[in-house]
Design a protein around this ligand. Sequence first.
Ligand code: HEM
Length: 188
Amino acid sequence: MNRSENDPLFVSFLAGSIGQWKIDRISTVIGEGLEAAERLRVIEGSQVPDTTNSGWLLLGSTSNTRYSTRAEVDEMKAKQASLGREETTRAALIPIRKSAAWWELAQDERRAIFEDHSRHISIGVEYVPAIARRLHHCRELRGPFDFLTWFEYAPQYADVFEKLVHRLRATKEWDYVDREVDIRLSRR
Ligand code: HEM
């Protein structure tokens, strides 16, 4: 059966001594951190990898959008860049958990905080296509985080990415983030 672009894609992020990405640093933003490791393997597909002699393993899946309007989806699709481009030798894996207070809200209340107030999408699209992204959900998988956010960019956009992260962390949406770890990676 052919995969459609909207089908969930399972992705495993496995820390250890092997993998296509070198871990440059792991910073704890809020809550509990993650153990140091040398490299990260990003494995697409539903099979959970063998974790013998490995460090932490985070599992997530792409999913349908929750908050984006038709106009926002269309704008993102028109502008966004794909992952795995030759020049994007820097990446960030930022696992995030949101508080019980966030999950108690209704969908319309979350959308109001996420976009009407915090401008997450409006801010984000300013950085596309320089920053390529993929959002993985994991709340339903009972992992330690709710989201595994993944970004790829060329080295000349490292400062630009820093600015983006800084702007988003200053929004009301981030008042609901109770665990966040910022993992920066490079290849070649
Ligand atoms: C490259 C620029 C970015 C763009 C264009 C962007 C865009 C988006 C969009 C459209 C969604 C909502 C998808 C939906 O409708 O469900 C989303 C969700 C999310 N983004 Fe971003 N984003 C960007 C950067 C970031 C960064 C840097 C972070 C982390 C530091 C981040 C963390 C998240 C999280 C955690 C969610 C899930 C929110 C939730 O469902 O509660 N995003 N992003």
